[in-house]
Ligand binder design. Structure first.
Ligand code: P6P
Length: 348
């Protein structure tokens, strides 16, 4: 709910984090990590908003581990995010959509958090100035992260084991959030006590608290899927999709909204209700979105806002990762809407 306040009773992200630290909800190390992430997002927001002016649209000319053409801003955003996290001195390992393997951070002074992120999700939209976003998850530093590692492991094996053993979304995901670069620059965060929304005030470059304890409506007649994949979906999903187009008792079918940026489609779903989905299909057996730094953070946020995040059959946060860039199908949003698609997928 929008926060009623006098015009000068402003709570910035910085003061909000300090309050959570004073209340013992997070420790000082986490405060520093989240603050460094917000700094990265401000820098990326500025780069994105001026992309056409500073010749930062278009492709870098390389592909990432996902086999996707990297945009110039994919690479730059990854550097901005990594540098901010390194200089925070509180992260032990970082894993990025844009990096082949997780990277152990030598400069870590303490805290040793594992931070996973997609530095610029939806970057194919940059050249058309459509919303994009950065998504992040912070997993607890855990000693058992090397459980099962062989003799004389390579650094890559160590960091891969670290991420896979520690990043158990349902238990070790301590904080998750995203920054959406749109008509406003919106920083959304949960540390496990509900979902908080901060809007960047460009007048003085601070994220200002504008919504607290967001609640996703229990249902919503907006669905957000790429129906261009319809022919590739299995029959049960087709039946679900067809059912949304029937007027039903309300006399009105669902509305389709899809901008091709997970952050933008999710943020609208969280505030207005409805469902965002990226199903598996005949070509992509596990769907397209990555568990650790897209599906798990978004599912954690959805649950904290009273919604649901599922792979169609189980809670995303219950999925045990096996590798850093693994993909899972994602259905996320209003409880009733996610449960509706789960019923169709479970039907015989
Ligand atoms: P498609 C962007 O590449 C992304 O990862 C998400 O942000 C977005 O929701 C989805 O993929 C769009 O994929 O196949 O519909 O273009």
């Amino acid at each position: 709910k929008p926060r009623a306040r006098s015009s000068y009773d402003i709570i910035t992200l910085t003061t909000w984090l300090l309050k959570q630290e004073q209340a013992g909800v997070i420790d000082g190390e986490m405060t520093i990590v989240l603050s460094s992430i917000s700094t990265a997002c401000k820098q990326i927001g500025s780069l994105v908003q001026r992309a056409p002016i500073s010749n930062l649209t278009g492709v870098q000319g390389a592909t990432n581990v996902q086999g996707e053409d990297q945009k110039k801003l994919d690479v730059i955003s990854n550097e901005v995010f990594s540098n901010c996290l390194r200089s925070s001195g509180r992260t032990g390992v970082i894993a990025s959509e844009e990096e082949d393997v997780p990277v152990a951070v030598e400069e870590s002074y303490s805290g040793n958090y594992i931070v996973v992120f997609d530095p610029l999700d939806g970057s194919s939209n940059i050249d058309a100035a459509v919303s994009t976003g950065s998504i992040f998850g912070i997993y607890s530093p855990a000693d058992e992260c090397l459980a099962g590692i062989g003799d004389n492991p390579t650094l890559d094996e160590v960091t891969q084991m670290c991420v896979v053993n520690v990043c158990q979304p349902g238990t070790n995901l301590l904080a998750a959030g995203y920054c959406m670069y749109s008509s406003s620059i919106i920083f959304v965060l949960t540390i496990g006590t509900g979902v908080y929304v901060f809007t960047l005030d460009p007048m003085y470059g601070e994220f200002v608290l504008t919504q607290e304890k967001v609640q996703i409506p229990k249902s919503g007649k907006i669905y957000s899927f790429n129906e261009g994949n319809y022919a590739l979906w299995d029959d049960k999903l087709k039946k679900y999709m067809d059912s949304l187009k029937e007027p039903g008792t309300s006399g009105k079918p669902y509305s389709a909204r899809y901008i091709g940026s997970l952050v933008g489609d999710f943020h609208r779903t969280m505030l207005y209700g409805g469902i965002y989905g990226y199903p598996r299909d005949a070509k992509s057996k596990n769907g397209k979105l990555r568990l650790l730094y897209e599906c798990a953070p978004m599912s954690f946020i959805a649950e904290q806002a009273g919604g649901k995040g599922s792979d169609g059959h189980q809670r995303v946060l219950d999925i045990m990762p096996t590798e850093v860039h693994q993909r899972v199908p994602l259905y996320v949003g209003s409880v009733e809407e996610v449960e509706k698609v789960e019923k169709f997928l479970a039907s015989d």
